[in-house]
Design a protein around this ligand. Sequence first.
Ligand code: MN
Length: 262
Amino acid sequence: MRILLTNDDGIHATGIAVLARVAERFGEVWVVAPDTERSGVSHAITLFKPLRLKQIQPRWFACDGTPTDCIYLALHQMQIAPDLVLSGVNAGPNLAHDVLYSGTVSGALEGAHWGVPSLAISHCNSKETDIAALEPMLGEILTTLLPTALELGGALNVNLPSVHRAPYAGIAVTSLGRRYYSNEVIERNDPRGQPYYWIGGAKVTMPDLEGSDCNAIRDNLISVTPLGDDLTRHASVSRAAELLAHHGMRPATTASAPDPGA
Ligand code: MN
């Protein structure tokens, strides 16, 4: 089996080194990952500057683009033809709304988009030394996750509780919950007297939602969420058509129901 790895913390992050070492027990590992941290770049692709690949060791390539660029080049330029894509191990959780910001999750979604079963793996603790401590447990976890991902196809978003909480209470299949960061904006002045801003609050609240990824992590369970890339809000389709007609423009067609296999 050939396994393609990427991440959004950069090719020199501890998480990808740990994941690569463990993944080697399951197949031939190829790494195409950003040369520096790209956390929070979501599913961005680079269209207006050239991309470069630099081999740093056999089958390891650093790319000066996003995780999506990495998967795109790996599949369509380097012809790696992986059986499986692994993205991570991310330093920090990717729960609920995080999946829309996450470069780690987008690496997996890009793999799934091109038909390759994919897993995003995140550790709900961002300390590099703690991610290193995951390594002895990760083999057993991947023994369960990899064949599941291969049979299921698509993308799986996996969150691991902090290694400090091991042994974990078990594993749960979840749906995305709700997660709210505090919305503070910090304003400071640069050395030339101009204001600048830091966004992204650190304080997080997670409402108690049964079956959610957030609840699973709260309960010390490994959370596994199957992800799709259909962002259509199907529950609003007919009401949107009604409203458009009511306000003067009858839609020519109305979206059909979602493909249950999607
Ligand atoms: Mn990251």
